[in-house]
Design a protein around this ligand. Sequence first.
Ligand code: ADP
Ligand code: ZN
Ligand code: ZN
Length: 733
Amino acid sequence: MYNFAGIIINNEVASLDRIFTYEIPEELKESIKVGQLVKVPFGNSNKRLYGFVFDLKLENQGKIKLKKIASIESDEPLITDKDMQLIENMKKKYLCTYIECIRLIIPTGIMKGMKPKTTDVVFLNGSLPDNLKKDKYESIYKIVEQNNGMYNRSQLSKKFNISVSSINTMIKYGALTISEKVLTRYDSRVYDVYGEKKLNDFQEDAVNTILYSNKRKFLIHGVTGSGKTEIYMHLVKKMIEDNKQSIILVPEISLTPQMIERFKGRFGLNVAVFHSKLSDGERYDEWIRVKNGEVKVAVGARSALFLPFDKLGLIVIDEEHEGSYKSESDPKYNAIEVAEMKSAIEDCILVLGSATPAVETYYKTLKEDYDLITLKNRADGALMPEVSVVDMREELRENNKSIFSRALYESILETLERKEQIILFLNRRGYSTFVSCRKCGYVFKCKNCDVSMTYHNNKGYLICHYCGSTQRIPSVCPKCGSKYVKYFGAGTERIEREIKRLFPNARTVRMDRDTTVKKDSYERIYNGFKNKEYDILIGTQMIAKGLDFKDVTLVGVVAADLTLNLPDYRAGERTFQLLCQVSGRAGRGSKKGKVVIQTYSPESYAIRFSSTNDYRSFFKEEIKLRHDMDYPPFNKLLLLNFSSKNEQLLIKNIQIVGDFLKNKAKEYSNIYVLGPCPSPISKINEAYRWQIVLKGDITYEVACFIKKSIYELLKKVYNNIRVSLDINPLSLL
Ligand code: ADP
Ligand code: ZN
Ligand code: ZN
């Protein structure tokens, strides 16, 4: 039996991020286990805090008198040995704290002492005694007989219009009784069966390769509609047969009713659905169900990765290139990296799937870290759409100043006449914008960083948000001398207005962040469009993925340049991905689809290769560029984001940190310090934002050193300046 325990305290203060030693009182020595939830006295006031048993020891070195653990709060360990390994790995990778990791693994409800929800339902108990042999009681008796144990008193009263006092009378005389029943807060509805499909040869090969080769990590590169989801489902089925469990991650936004219907329709109550929009109670219940071994497969957003499965056999990450796999709050983990750690710890299969894999991921298949499986054709025989790229400079020359090219206008007209549906797509993000020449397509880019410079409306100059260099906007284009140098303006609302003006009879609906703030608005718009209540859906990147509408035969990309010129080294990759994804929306049914892409830079490789759906060629260009510019996967980036309501204080202190880091960087030949400069989103919630970007061989030791140094340098102002570190951020916005 052990005498001492290392405890992780449930408290987010960074200085408490260590293991505290406590004495185990005699009466707890037999029952205490690693991973259990406990309560311990803490601090001067000995306030009781929750903590987790990290390890158990016979002896304690150092301090003589220790505080004692107050109580054990969970019968079983909530964190397993494997979780502990994962936490150690994550701490190294993301410089996060123990408790931040633990909070990913354990739902908040548990640390608030949540219990399963119960209610006192009414049952028949005995026969009706003589004194109650009246019509009133006899009819209540019948009702309860037919609904035995289904409702509590007030539910019975409401549903069948009977008085609670009559029920109480019947309980008093022993005709009825009440008993506690656990309520299910998770979705326990029965779904329509989603039948298994016979796999085609390509799918069959993929399944066999994944199950029977000695490799563990796979990338399925399959065009949209190639039947990847069906492959995942067959893998899950095999896991169930082998008594193993699976996790299927999908991007939050693809967690559509359609996706859930498919999995629940095939695997029924063996499925748990897990994502950030669940209530604490729903989360708790799903988590407990997994812990109790009632769940065979979890479908969910990145948080589902941490569900407490005990025999995990498979992790699938669908649409692996998606940004939502990277957490934006601490710990800023990347679900793919964590899945890789988990796959190694649990020795389980990891499958990533995408029509447009992330450049980093595809690169790993070349290094033979992952096995590549390619699916070139759509599974249901649907044809790939016909894609045409329209040069908007040409439109200007022909004196067409509308936001729609003649080709797109004609196509909309024809599609409306055929009574088929249209999606118009504009990836507009309000805060940053680039400047270009409408005549020749020239875009102002930073020479050091190869990213577009951003226009600052109020100041009249351009800034590079990587290195901070600035430039006045010239009045004429440096390339062709034209005066038509402008920043990019149109948004989804403007497109909607134009459509209403040009096609007054078309029924349009808009989907973007503004129209989907209300809880069910996404579903409402989605279902409305699906049921053909609208002809045209106009939207931002929200509509680019996951949607599967059979009657959409035209997709228009109003301005591909918006993504192409994001101030981000991934702009090219994002453009390629988005264009392929939106194109995948056209012609999912038996009708052939058409895609029109409008742009001022039709020669850009991202646009050229997306129009022919040629991932390999795109990848070759992109990886060369990454190599030349020292961007990932060839180097790491570390984004240091500083924010404060006091702009002066912020600028002064970030300069101090910047000077310090630049000085230090001289000792390393391979680390570059970019900035400090204002973040592309320069103000959020009243707080100003500045950033420093480090590029190079940033090891764990280097990152730790930087974190510590910043803490030292900003010690006095730490309450007024927030600093966040992000290793390999997905974007530098
Ligand atoms: P992906 O996930 O690659 O986009 P899906 O799995 O959603 O593709 O499949 C696209 C469509 O093809 C779906 O409607 C699906 O039902 C259908 N499908 C998939 N596999 C088969 C198959 N083996 N036979 C017939 N239809 C299939
Ligand atoms: Zn020009
Ligand atoms: Zn720059």
